[in-house]
Design a protein around this ligand. Structure first.
Ligand code: URA
Length: 423
């Protein structure tokens, strides 16, 4: 077998055979296939796609590239959630301890942000002392003791995806349904969860900009999970505007703690509860009541134990950026657009995200929103507060927001998108 014949087959819009797929994934993981060859193949897949059988085999080969975890010794059923990525998407933070408080085990392997989308690990690292890197043994111990753990995936889990994702990120080949579906599902299946709820984001701040593409991605991932014995469901949720009222690491931790304390923005609470109900039902606990666990403090209790178990101090003050800049409403009227992509890029430029994997992030940087689409505005009222340690970045952030905020005249009829679009 050789890489060039595999690339040519997909370049010419052919089907890859099982043997070709198994060989190329294995040879790439071992370093026998060069990055430039794999990036040519990724582009051919991006342009010509793969059928369901090819995607299933590609996913299986990525799972086989590394180890599989096994949670069967735990007394609780494991259930997990994965979001396809968005702006202000802090849902994992309140969700994992909430679902644990309701009786399931949540092994949440999470990632870092890249580009305009935030990453759960970057957010949690703004808590003094908190550690993302746990050994498999430490992860199991936190899971057994607290019921939920949020940590980085070890190097042994789907190593083919680690290499391929980093390559796709710099070769314009991320937004491909076969490649996204196999990337996410190989990690989730190798992780060994019994149940999985996928939060497939739709809109400007998501990889899938329209609902038809998001539906196809969701259907593909649910099929892969089901075929591997993982009880998988997907929700399609809105990412045309940021979730909640913050985008940025410490800012989002603060907002998540508000949700765990029984408050927080309505859309974050609604999505957290919707995903919790799906996770609990998929784990065979349909009668658990996540709203009660938020109200009675048991979710907060699990959060504090989870943060402590990973070296963090749940009572520590969170970092605050050195400089702030307030953006005011340019006119009175109805806010019709607060574009997720524009806010995500602006927060990234302020220092909340990174341009390269090795870059540091600023814990305090980001954007606070003072209004959401559908709100009535008075001219001159504060709309956004930008936070950064590097104020020379304000003009670049403001440039990113250009065209991302639209205000219609007073009295204009406007219905904001629902949080959950479909199941
Ligand atoms: N998240 C992943 O893990 N992989 C992708 O390809 C896209 C989002």
């Amino acid at each position: 077998m050789d890489a060039i014949s595999v690339i040519r087959a997909k370049r010419d819009n052919g089907r890859l055979t099982d043997a070709q797929i198994d060989w190329i994934i294995d040879a790439y993981t071992r370093g026998e296939v060069a990055h430039e060859q794999m990036s040519a193949l990724a582009m051919a897949i991006y342009l010509n796609g793969m059928d369901r059988a090819e995607i299933a085999r590609w996913t299986a080969a990525m799972i086989a590239s590394g180890e599989r975890m096994d949670f069967s010794a735990l007394p609780r059923v494991t259930t997990d959630k994965h979001s396809t990525g968005g702006v202000g998407d802090k849902i994992t933070l309140p969700l994992a301890p909430l679902v644990a408080a309701c009786g399931a085990a949540v092994p949440q392997l999470s990632g870092r942000g890249l580009g305009h989308t935030g990453g759960t690990l970057d957010k949690l690292e703004s808590i003094p002392g908190w550690r993302a890197a746990l050994s498999n043994g430490e992860m199991m111990a936190v899971l057994a003791d607290v019921g939920s753990v949020i940590c980085a995936a070890g190097d042994g889990l789907a190593p083919a995806d680690k290499k391929l994702y980093a390559l796709r990120d710099v070769t314009g080949t991320v937004e491909s349904i076969p490649l996204i579906a196999s990337s996410i599902m190989s990690k989730k299946i190798a992780e060994g969860t019994s149940a999985l709820v996928l939060d497939v984001k739709v809109g400007s701040g998501a990889f899938m900009k329209d609902i038809a593409a998001a539906r196809e991605l969701a259907t593909t991932m649910v099929g892969l999970g089901t075929d591997h014995g993982v009880n998988t469901v997907a929700l399609l949720t809105d990412m045309s505007t940021p979730l909640g009222l913050t985008a940025g690491n410490a800012l989002e931790v603060r907002e998540s703690v508000e949700v765990l304390a029984g408050g927080g923005p309505a859309d974050v609470v609604e999505l957290t509860l919707a995903l919790a109900r799906e996770m609990l039902a998929a784990a065979g606990l349909p009668d658990a009541d996540p709203a009660k666990a938020l109200a009675d403090g048991s979710a907060m209790d699990h959060w504090r134990r989870m943060i402590l178990a990973q070296g963090g101090d749940p009572d520590a003050d969170l970092p605050v950026a050195r400089e702030q800049h307030v953006v005011n409403a340019s006119s009175a009227g109805v806010l019709t657009t607060l574009d997720a992509y524009a806010v995500g890029v602006a927060a990234w430029r302020l220092g909340a995200g990174r341009a390269r994997r090795e870059d540091p992030v600023q814990a305090g940087a980001g954007i606070e929103l003072h209004a959401k689409p559908g709100d009535q505005l008075v001219a001159g009222q504060p709309l956004l507060t930008l936070h950064t340690d590097t104020p020379e970045k304000f003009p670049y952030a403001l440039e990113a927001l250009n065209g991302g905020v639209l205000i219609a005249p007073k009295g204009t009829e406007f219905e904001p998108n629902a949080v959950v679009l479909d199941r």
